[in-house]
Design a protein around this ligand. Structure first.
Ligand code: KIV
Length: 273
């Protein structure tokens, strides 16, 4: 297996991501929700850590991302921030904390920044949340956008299938992407859309476009860590590459431990005082 080693230990900033796009250096982003995992992936050279609201699924066991609260996201953000030296850390704004009105969006974003010390926030949606994004940007808080499949709107879409296959939705997505760049978002996530459309958006925008299930023609990739490590075993969409089978490693280790305890093999004489 080939590994990447970055000599550059400087903190990743929103400005460096834009430079990376200019230099055609791809951006590697993963989710993390806790101190130990964040420490491992930061040390392994990840550029961006997303404290995603996918924590609702993989950490809290909810079916959707909707139930996770601002307090819970702040808890995860704080834990991650204690571990990270290099990566840019983005915290997702959870459902219901920014769509209502711009002032509510601003106070939610300020809580995230003050209490977690993260670098920036991410919000799902385009022109319809423009005023909320503008208000957050006015306070000097960098914003990452998120278009395409937006899991917080699952009840509107009714399914997690590929978005923007039809021309009308594709045109709206391109327009929304331009709006997000124009108002000042520093980057954009495109989730589960056709690769040709994602490539077109990445070419038309000067801000970095990071894809998940959006093909290789974008400026970077993001995956949910539990999916790519094989911890979330039941989830295997076409876009997902599994880099390890950590789920099986954990199951085997625990089963071995249970056997050792039952058979009084653990602890042995050297493993006691
Ligand atoms: O919450 C999350 O993990 C995300 C990624 C899927 C981009 O938003």
């Amino acid at each position: 297996m080939s590994t990447y080693s970055s000599e550059d230990t400087r903190k990743v900033t929103t400005h460096r991501l834009v430079e990376m796009k200019r230099r055609n250096e791809k951006i590697a982003m993963l989710t993390a929700y806790d101190y130990s995992m964040a420490k491992l992936i930061d040390g392994a050279g990840i550029d961006v850590i997303l404290v995603g609201d996918s924590a609702s699924n993989v950490m809290a066991g909810n079916i959707t991302t909707l139930p996770i609260t601002l307090d819970q996201m702040i808890y995860h953000g704080k834990s991650v921030m204690k571990a990270v030296n290099r990566a840019l850390v983005v915290v997702d704004m959870p459902f219901g904390t920014y769509q209502g009105n711009p002032l509510e969006a601003l106070s939610s974003a300020i809580r995230i920044m003050k209490e977690t010390h993260a670098d920036c926030v991410k919000l799902e949606g385009g022109a319809e949340i423009r005023e909320s994004i503008e208000k957050i940007l006015c306070a000097g808080i960098p914003v990452m956008g998120h278009l395409g499949l937006t899991p917080q709107s699952i009840n509107k879409f009714g399914t997690y299938t590929v978005r923007a296959r039809e021309e009308e939705e594709a045109l709206k997505l391109v327009e929304d992407a331009k709006v997000l760049q124009e108002i000042g978002c520093f980057a954009l996530v495109l989730e589960k859309i056709p690769a040709t459309l994602a490539e077109k958006v990445a070419k038309e925008l000067t801000i970095p476009v990071i894809g998940i299930g959006a093909g290789g023609g974008v400026d970077g990739q993001v995956l949910v860590m539990h999916d790519m490590l094989g911890i979330n075993k039941g989830f295997s969409p076409r876009f997902l590459r599994r880099y390890a089978d950590v789920g099986t490693i954990i199951e085997d280790a625990v089963s071995h431990y249970v056997t050792d305890v039952k058979e009084q093999d653990f602890p042995n004489e050297k493993e006691q005082y």
